[in-house]
Ligand binder design. Sequence first.
Ligand SMILES: [Zn+2]
Length: 93
Amino acid sequence: MAVYEYSCACCGRFEERLAMGSAPGTRDCPTCGGDAKRVYSPPGLAFTPASVVASREREERSREAPEVVVRGGAPAPRASQPPHPALAHLPRP
Ligand SMILES: [Zn+2]
């Protein structure tokens, strides 16, 4: 079974579960009974987690307008962290 999406001019979109490859181009609207045309949409995007959708949108935006990186490289070591005791035995430059 696959989920197919249809759009009624009066009632909007609705989904139908049908055998794969058996979806007609038009279907009766379950609300008003009028003709509803099949709508083609990317599969699985309706069930994609919001974090994945946000990541994809960020990637799309970065193609035309990449985000500006102010500071790069590894983060600076924290000053409050004491040096490792083994480092005290290393020769100094
Ligand atoms: Zn309708």
